[in-house]
Design a protein around this ligand. Structure first.
Ligand code: CU
Length: 192
């Protein structure tokens, strides 16, 4: 008694349920943020987070700011020194753990490597799909090694990035090159 139409209906209702669930969560987090937290402390720049990205051998590479307003983040990444990053496009992601340790190990295991203890790409609470919440536009580096990117995302909130073990911003090696998967520069995202 197999009816293909039933399968289609079931799949459709699952998709509807999923999207309803995620929009419900978004409206919940948006409405919960202004009430108790804003009254306790609201200094100038309280909605901004920042990160200073360094290579595994300690060279300063870039600064990043996350400005949160109107339900989304404006992310600005600017190199601090030319010639350190390879020209081309570099993967740019928020990773799940606020650690930037050279020659470290992912908490899930695996071989050691630079900044591995920052964990996987960040996923906001309740988000499991692809792309992960922490994925950002790639960082395009000029031939002189400089880069300047302004992008925007509503995939996470300021509180998300500071919760628990905090988060880190990572620049990977040049895309399509041998080091594309490598973690080249890292900065813990914080209020500093
Ligand atoms: Cu990454």
């Amino acid at each position: 008694m197999f009816k293909p139409t039933n399968v289609v209906v079931a799949t459709l209702s699952a998709v509807v349920a999923l999207s309803a669930c995620s929009s419900h969560q978004q409206s919940r987090s948006a409405s919960s943020s202004p009430s108790p937290t804003s009254s306790t402390s609201a200094p100038a720049g309280a909605q901004t987070l920042s990160a200073e990205l360094h290579t595994a051998d300690g060279r300063s590479v870039a600064t990043a700011t996350f400005e949160f307003a109107n339900g989304y983040a404006t992310v600005t990444v600017k190199t601090t020194a030319n010639g350190i990053l390879t020209p081309g496009f570099h993967g740019l992601h928020v990773h799940a753990i606020g650690k930037c340790e050279p020659n470290s190990v992912d908490p899930m295991g695996g071989p050691p490597g630079d900044f591995m203890s920052a964990g996987m790409h960040y996923q906001a609470p309740g988000h499991t799909g692809e792309p992960p919440s922490g994925d950002l536009s790639s960082l395009e580096v000029r031939k002189d090694g400089a880069a300047y990117l302004v992008t925007t995302t509503d995939a996470f909130t300021r509180d998300d990035l500071l919760a628990g073990s905090k988060t880190a911003l990572m620049v990977h090696g040049a895309e399509h090159g041998p080091d594309a998967e490598k973690r080249f520069a890292c900065g813990v995202i914080g209020t500093g």
